[in-house]
Design a protein. Structure first.
Length: 215
């Protein structure tokens, strides 16, 4: 009693669900990992489409509640486990900025990165959800450059979201070289949670590749 996991994470290695996996490790409460082999298409099978009809990870289940979308999942989990100290409380003056930077990830950064990765022209300035790439990124850089974390001295769930995302964005060569970004990313990638999850993800990805490789 009390230590039974209530939260289930639907995870595929080396994908956007890796950030949620790291967040759960930071939180330190019990949880259950259900791993999907996306290389084998498990995310598009009927069983998983009942969890997320879009066939995307991450998704979590907490009791009967299903939560999809990284932004919602990060806000939810950090509030659900306040003892981890990863979310400023509702009346804290940092609460608004905390929500702002988490939402900025989903509403501005993700669409901008996808446009950039596909070498697509953004929509016209007035229509594009992020305006244009350089000012979208500079706005973030100005914030993280104040350091050490997005909201100052204390690590929050927003830093796990951003640290992990900026790390893969740099590795895919989607960002200009920038010391503020790489110093910020290093603060997250040196954490035990990041190192442990990355090692597990490497193992899982190799098992998944072997499972779909003939012979
Ligand atoms: N809007 C979703 C996007 C999640 C997403 O794009 N997940 C990718 C993993 S990186 C996925 O599940 N891809 C599998 C597929 O579409 O087949 C979120 O922010 O959580």
């Amino acid at each position: 009693m009390g230590t039974e996991p209530t939260v289930v994470l639907f995870h595929a290695p080396q994908t956007r669900s890796t950030g949620t996996y790291i967040l759960l490790e930071e939180i330190g409460a019990p949880y259950e990992l259900r791993v999907l082999n996306t290389q084998a298409g498990e995310q598009r099978q009927a069983e998983y489409l009942k969890i997320n009809p879009l066939g995307k990870v991450p998704a979590i289940k907490d009791g009967d509640a299903i939560i999809t979308e990284q932004v919602a999942i990060f806000i939810y989990l950090a509030d659900r486990f306040p003892q981890a100290g990863l979310a400023p409380p509702i009346n804290d003056p940092r609460r608004g900025p905390y929500l702002r930077w988490i939402a900025y990830y989903g509403s501005c950064y993700e669409p901008a990165l996808v446009d950039r990765a596909l070498k697509r022209e953004p929509a016209p300035l007035k229509t594009s959800p992020y305006g244009e790439f350089d000012s979208m990124l500079q706005t973030l850089v100005d914030q993280i450059a104040k350091g050490p974390y997005l909201l100052g001295d204390t690590l929050t769930a927003a830093d796990i979201l951003w640290g992990v995302a900026l790390n893969w964005s740099m590795r895919f060569g989607l960002l200009p070289k920038n010391a503020a970004i790489s110093n910020y990313v290093a603060r997250i990638t040196k954490r035990k949670s990041f190192i442990d999850v990355s090692a597990h993800d490497t193992q899982l990805a190799a098992q998944h590749a072997a499972a779909v490789t003939p012979g």
